[in-house]
Design a protein around this ligand. Structure first.
Ligand code: GLP
Length: 261
């Protein structure tokens, strides 16, 4: 796990966008795992800018999103389908057929989840998975207590996650109780992981994930076992890390051959 601490969200998003752009240039058919929430928005904005101004080409890229609310149609204003359309897909040139999200209206949820896993395998696996983090350490919608080996499946949201996400809905009671999410095992199979976090509200989750024990009580902590996971943090989300100075030292003193990776 590499921890990269930046002064603000824009700087964190820029570094993450550069990593994704490098991958897409090196492997134009890259498979990206994508996330929703407010955290990846500056990342998506930067990728859209790179597409428009620097010709970053997504025409052969394929994407799989982490999760979706059960019961929400793709056009629902709070659905993750709609979020992705508005915040990323409408600004880049990924062909519609290359885009997959879990279907919130799936009639047979279990069969749909199995098919989603198969589609990821058929695409050759995910090259790079983008993640935010919940205030309690959840990734995707893998709430605490999720099996660290879990696959795409239905989950029941915690009270806290429903409260955190109320801001995207008209009324608190409109937040669905159930979701479909890639599992932690699914996420761990991605060849690389980029996790973004900003703000003091995420600092406890980040300490648990980076410096705590590996535990299902903080699902992001499993990323300590991932061979290529980078955490791009702003100063406030990194504020409670005991070894913050060391992570900064490592970043500023990389061997030359590693410096732009
Ligand atoms: C939801 C999403 C997660 C996201 C989290 C944090 O639970 N399923 O993927 O990381 O919210 O959201 P935000 O970035 O808005 O803080």
């Amino acid at each position: 796990m590499e921890v990269i601490i930046t002064p603000d969200p824009a700087a964190a998003a820029l570094l993450a966008a550069r990593q994704i752009a490098r991958l897409v240039r090196e492997k134009p058919t890259a498979v990206l795992g994508l996330a929703t929430g407010s955290t990846p928005i500056p990342l998506y904005k930067e990728l859209i800018r790179m597409h428009r101004e620097e010709g970053l080409d997504f025409s052969r890229v394929r994407t799989f999103n982490l999760d979706e609310y059960l019961g929400l149609a793709p056009g629902h204003p709070a659905s993750y389908h709609r979020f992705m359309e508005e915040n990323f897909f409408s600004g880049v040139n990924i062909p519609r057929d290359n885009i997959r999200l879990p279907d919130g209206l799936a009639a047979d949820v279990q069969a749909h989840c199995a098919a989603y896993e198969q589609a990821i395998r058929d695409a050759g696996g995910i090259d790079l998975q983008v993640l935010g983090i919940g205030s309690d350490g959840h990734i995707g919608f893998n709430e605490h207590g999720s099996s660290l080996a879990s696959r795409t499946r239905i989950k029941t949201l915690t009270k806290r996650t429903r409260e955190d996400n109320t801001r995207f809905f008209d009324k608190p009671e409109d937040v669905p109780h159930h979701v479909i999410t890639m599992g932690i095992g699914t996420i761990m199979e991605s060849r690389s992981v980029v996790l973004l976090a900003y703000g003091a509200g995420k600092s406890a989750a980040i300490v648990g994930a980076v410096e705590g024990p590996i535990t299902a009580n903080n699902p992001a902590s499993i990323l300590q076992m991932h061979p290529d996971a980078k955490f791009y943090l702003d100063d406030s989300s990194a504020g409670a890390l005991e070894r913050a100075d060391y992570y900064k030292w490592v970043f500023h003193n990389k061997p030359v051959w590693q410096a732009d990776r």
